[in-house]
Design a binder for this molecule. Structure first.
Ligand SMILES: Cc1cc2nc3c(=O)[nH]c(=O)nc-3n(C[C@H](O)[C@H](O)[C@H](O)COP(=O)(O)OP(=O)(O)OC[C@H]3O[C@@H](n4cnc5c(N)ncnc54)[C@H](O)[C@@H]3O)c2cc1C
Length: 391
C-alpha cells in the first residue's frame, strides 16, 4: 500500500490519516470544510477519554460535566452526579485538533470537495472541485449525508437513520440534560459546552417528521427554560442501523473501505458516534499497516460491531416497551432516585461502560432488586447509599 486517499476529515478520517501517516503510508485527506462546527451534541463519555487520552491534551477546551438530569415520560425527573465526567466538545475544536494531529504525523490535508471517484488501473482516480488525485486505496469517511458510498457499498435504508434538529444556544450550564418521551424512539438533549449549549432532538426517520421533532424540542425548551430566540439552528442525519441492515452491511471491498457515519457505525440507542468513528478509522489503519485490508470488517465486528447489533435489537425495549404502563427508560429514571442499583445502571450507560449484551438481564434484575429496596425503604429500613436529588 503506497498511497491512501481519505475523503472526509471528521473523527473517522482524521484518526485513520494520523495512524496511517505515523505508520509510514503516504496519505492525502480531502475535507471540504476543515474544522467546521459539524452538527453534534459533542459529548464524549469516560470510555472515549480513557481510550483516547491524548484528547485532553490536544483539545483541552471541553466542558467536563459531572451532573446529569434525566427526564422520563409523565414528568418523571432524576438528577444525579456522574462518577466520571462527560466531556462536551465544540466539534469545530475537536475536528481541528484531530486534523492537526494527522498533519503533524505527516498526512497531507487538502481543502477540497471530492465530487467523484472512479477506478484507475488497480487504484483510484478522485476528482475534486480544485484538483485530481490518484491513490492505491480509498477510505470513505465523508459522514452520514454523503452519497459516495452508493456505487461501492449500496445505500442504507431510510429506517437506518434518525433525523435531528437543534440549536446552539449562548450561555453556560453545569449539568447535561436528556429527556425521553412516551413511546417514541428518540430523545431531546441539552449538552453544555464552554461558551454555549448544544440543544437538540432526534427521532427515527419514518416515525416522525420535522414538524413533530420541532414541536417535541419546543416542549423541552419551554419546560427547562432555554432561550433559543435568534440561536443558530442545525439539522443533520444520524445513522441508527437496524439489526437487519447490519446483516447486509458492506464495510470494505477491493482497495476501498468505509469508516464512521458513512458506514453506519453509530450506537442506535444513544446516538453516540464519535467514538465509533475514531475507533473504525484506527482499526482500518491497523488492517492496512498489517497488510490485511480484508480483515477490517472482522475487526469492526469483534471490537464493537456485535455490541451495536445488540443495541439495535434493544432499541424498542429501551424506548417503547410498555412495562407497567411506561417505557423502560421512564422506569429506570423513576427508580434511580430510590435505588442505587438502578442509579448505577444509568451511570454506567452514560459513562459508556454498560455492555448491551447483558443490558436486558441487568435491567430486569435491577428493576426487581429495586422493588425490594423500595419496599424495604417504605418499611423504614435505611438504604446504604445517598439518594439522588429529585424525582
Ligand atoms: C445532532 C447530532 C448530535 C450528535 N451528538 C453526538 C454526541 O453527543 N456524541 C457522539 O459521540 N456522537 C454524536 N453524534 C454523532 C457524531 O456526530 C458522528 O457519529 C461523528 O461526527 C461521525 O464522524 P465521521 O468522521 O464519520 O463523520 P463526520 O464527522 O460527519 O465527518 C465527515 C466529514 O466529511 C466531509 N465531507 C463530506 N463529503 C465530502 C466530500 N465529498 N469531499 C470532502 N469532504 C467531505 C464533511 O465536511 C465532514 O467534515 C451526533 C450526531 C448528530 C447529527
Amino acid at each position: 500500500m503506497k498511497t491512501v486517499a481519505i475523503i472526509g476529515g471528521g473523527p473517522a478520517g482524521a484518526m485513520a490519516a494520523e495512524r496511517l501517516a505515523r505508520g509510514g503510508v503516504r496519505v492525502t485527506l480531502f475535507e471540504e470544510k476543515p474544522g467546521w462546527e459539524k452538527p453534534c451534541g459533542g459529548a464524549l463519555t469516560a470510555r472515549v477519554l480513557r481510550r483516547y487520552s491524548f484528547l485532553t491534551a490536544v483539545a483541552p477546551e471541553a466542558r467536563y460535566v459531572r451532573e446529569a438530569q434525566f427526564a422520563g415520560a409523565k414528568g418523571v425527573l432524576a438528577t444525579f452526579r456522574l462518577r466520571q465526567p462527560v466531556a462536551i466538545y465544540s466539534r469545530a475544536k475537536l475536528n481541528r485538533a484531530l486534523l492537526g494531529r494527522a498533519a503533524e504525523a505527516g498526512a497531507e490535508i487538502v481543502e477540497d470537495r471530492i465530487v467523484s471517484l472512479a477506478r484507475a488501473g488497480a487504484g483510484w482516480r478522485l476528482e475534486g472541485r480544485r484538483q485530481l488525485c490518484q491513490a492505491d486505496f480509498v477510505l470513505l469517511a465523508a459522514g452520514a449525508r454523503s452519497r459516495l458510498r452508493v456505487s461501492l457499498a449500496g445505500d442504507l435504508q431510510p429506517r437506518d437513520f434518525m433525523h435531528t434538529f437543534g440549536y446552539y444556544v449562548p450561555g453556560q450550564d453545569e449539568r447535561l440534560r436528556v429527556a425521553f418521551f412516551d413511546d417514541f424512539e428518540g430523545y431531546a438533549w441539552a449538552f453544555p459546552r464552554t461558551d454555549h449549549l448544544s440543544i437538540g432532538v432526534c427521532g427515527r426517520v419514518g416515525d416522525s417528521g420535522m414538524p413533530e421533532l420541532r414541536a417535541r424540542l419546543q416542549g423541552f425548551v419551554n419546560r427547562f427554560g432555554y432561550r433559543t430566540d435568534g440561536a443558530p439552528v442545525y439539522a443533520h442525519l444520524l445513522p441508527a442501523l437496524t439489526a437487519e441492515s447490519w446483516s447486509n452491511l458492506r464495510l470494505a471491498g477491493p482497495q476501498w473501505a468505509l469508516a464512521g457515519d458513512i458506514a453506519g457505525l453509530v450506537d442506535p440507542v444513544t446516538g453516540e458516534g464519535v467514538y465509533y468513528a475514531m475507533r473504525s478509522g484506527e482499526l482500518l489503519a491497523e488492517s492496512l499497516l498489517e497488510g490485511s485490508p480484508a480483515s477490517y470488517p472482522q475487526r469492526i465486528w469483534q471490537d464493537f460491531g456485535s455490541e451495536l447489533v445488540c443495541a439495535a435489537r434493544l432499541r424498542a425495549l429501551f424506548y417503547r416497551t410498555d412495562f407497567l404502563g411506561s417505557p423502560i427508560s421512564t422506569h429506570m429514571i423513576r427508580f434511580s432516585s430510590r435505588s442505587q442499583a438502578v442509579l448505577g445502571l444509568l451511570q454506567d450507560l452514560i459513562e459508556g461502560t454498560q455492555a448491551y449484551s447483558n443490558l436486558p438481564t441487568r435491567i430486569y434484575g435491577r428493576v426487581a432488586a429495586s422493588l425490594v429496596e423500595i419496599a424495604a425503604n417504605s418499611l423504614g429500613a435505611e438504604l446504604p447509599y445517598p439518594r439522588s436529588a429529585e424525582s
